[in-house]
Design a protein around this ligand. Sequence first.
Ligand code: ADP
Ligand code: MG
Length: 723
Amino acid sequence: MELMRFKMIEEAMNRSALEVKAPSARPSDYFGSKVFGRKAMRKYLDKRTYEALVDNIEKGTPLTREIADSIASGMRQWAMENGADHYTHWFQPLTGGTAEKHDSFADPDGHGGVLEEFSGKMLIQQEPDASSFPSGGIRNTFEARGYSAWDPTSPAFIVDTTLCIPTVFISYTGEALDYKAPLLRSLSALNKAATEVCQYFDKNVSRVFSYLGWEQEYFLIDESLWAARPDLVLTGRTMMGHEPAKSQQLEDHYFGAIPMRVMSFMRDLEYECHQLGIPVKTRHNEVAPNQFELAPVYEEVNLANDHNQLLMTVMDKVARKHRFRVLLHEKPFKGVNGSGKHNNWSLGTDTGVNLLSPGNTAQSNLQFITFLVNIISAVHKNNGLLKASVMSATNAHRLGANEAPPAIISTFLGEQISGVLDHLVEDSDETIRFDAKSVFKMSGMTSIPSISRDNTDRNRTSPFAFTGNRFEFRAVGSSDNCAEAMIVINTAVAKELKEFKQEVDAKIASGAKKERAIYEVLKEKIQASKPIRFEGNGYSDEWKEEASKRGLDCETSTPEIFKRYLDAQTMEMFKELGVYTPLELEARTEVKWETYVKKVQIESRVLGDLAMNHIVPIASKYEAILLDKACKMKELGLISTADIDLIRRIQDHTVAIQTGTTNMINARKKANRIENMYEKAVAYHDTVEVMFNEIRSHIDALEEIVDDQLWTLPKYREIMFIK
Ligand code: ADP
Ligand code: MG
């Protein structure tokens, strides 16, 4: 009988690119056609309603019940004309991904018929059953109920036949049970703190926005081969598999020609994205075989994050249509680059100034340096927390591996900016002069106006790099919700700016000139945050040693890293800025430990099952064939040393797999008895997960010596190359 594996490979190889009907119109014709954006709002809302909604979006002016009803009615009309018959509150629970519960617009009218209805109340608030989403104990302590509440700043959209309304998800007592609520709070805290600091430089600034441009990396593999790998199906990654003879050594995949089937998928995906108003722009191959990247034009953080969440769902859907599966796991293949989601982050004012872009005048550059230094200082003080914000059972396989950002957070500024900061510190006070009009001038600043973006060199090994007009946080995982990292950055920077303003104001109050006061506070911050600046190779072992000497957080155990959320100063910071209450932080950390345990538990079960019911039986079958041969040769008086050696090796590996699996199961049983979630996570990390590599190494060794005709699981070399 032909092995299933070969049938799957044949199927995959024979698949041709799906014909994508080229959209007849240009992107500008259909961009945002499935979004209830300004264009649809103008058409479907009356003037008063439209203006009230715009005011709410731009200034946060509350909406009256009557206006909400009017918006809902216009939204329903638009949605139905565009093929929708259901609506849902779309939210981002802590499980990751998005959740939705569809309700029909149609309501019985009491006379045997139905009426289509959608009121302001239905738009504004819903009560999904919170009990099926993780709450980290908040539910037990208080109330089972949870509410979803409309976020008017992110426009509603249509997926298939459902109107999706972006919402926050909170408990009965107001605690956030999602990512969006704290993200909005952190954006508001940052806006307040940054606007106040901007006022030193420009009184016209009344609002500061944060922007996010994510770069999404992912793998694509053929659906048949995916289905033949239970580990991929159940855990999102391969838990075994020998590296192929050709992997990424040649680096011929990066920016190489995109295979036809993939190209067809990408075009389809881009079309879907554009209709949903996601401004995707760039597509290319990534370093590893079958790895690709997609990036949009950056947007305001809340919207950008909704778009990334939506993208991940759409990607999955489109991939299935093309008989692919998209892998968003951070490390689907051993020995091959993992996937991240670089978060390009910047701040801009409502007067159109990018606060992270060097300007042309000394004044604008002092503003640039002010924000730059405060950000670096915030990253320094919260480097362990930032790492916690991107850490997960899956991303842990990527961080610290030799091709991804290390598990130590540092910032890279480039030689020129670094030089400017050092110069500012070294300059003695006498070199600062203020002329009669109090225009800022100092010898140390003369070099600043010449900073040009192109001069910022790139360091690919830095987890938090300054790239000319933004910071790029590269440690974020490909499956992450970007909000987690954004919440920490926004809050930490808001706190830093708030303190900065207090210190500067204090100096001004005691008689210092404004620019001088700013300069002095910056100088202290530059000096104090020096340890976070690192321009060298972040992948090297020397850096680990050096980073530890510098007092940076070098912890590598995932459950321990989560604890940074519970440090006293961290809890205080989140509370002070109104982003998380201590209760929320405790609950969310509990969820992190719980999710970690579940993921490792599933992996452990899958590995054990595959080892015992795929690998060991195959190895034994081959061993039996060899034994039979050796015995028969012996009967003929021939000695087969090579075969006997092979039998011994197979036997050794098989025994090691059996023993390893038994030990792993025992460790799991023991860990399962632990009640405390933190301790359980630590047990899973220290006693269960550590066994994976050992078991795997024996499986991979067997893959190399067992007859290929017997091996049931598709191999790396077969999965990884789309023709
Ligand atoms: P690279 O791969 O070289 O880092 P890409 O062009 O692939 O760059 O992606 C850069 C991302 O950064 C894009 O999403 C882009 O929109 C975004 N970006 C550019 N400028 C800014 C900015 N000022 N703030 C935030 N994101 C930005
Ligand atoms: Mg990048």
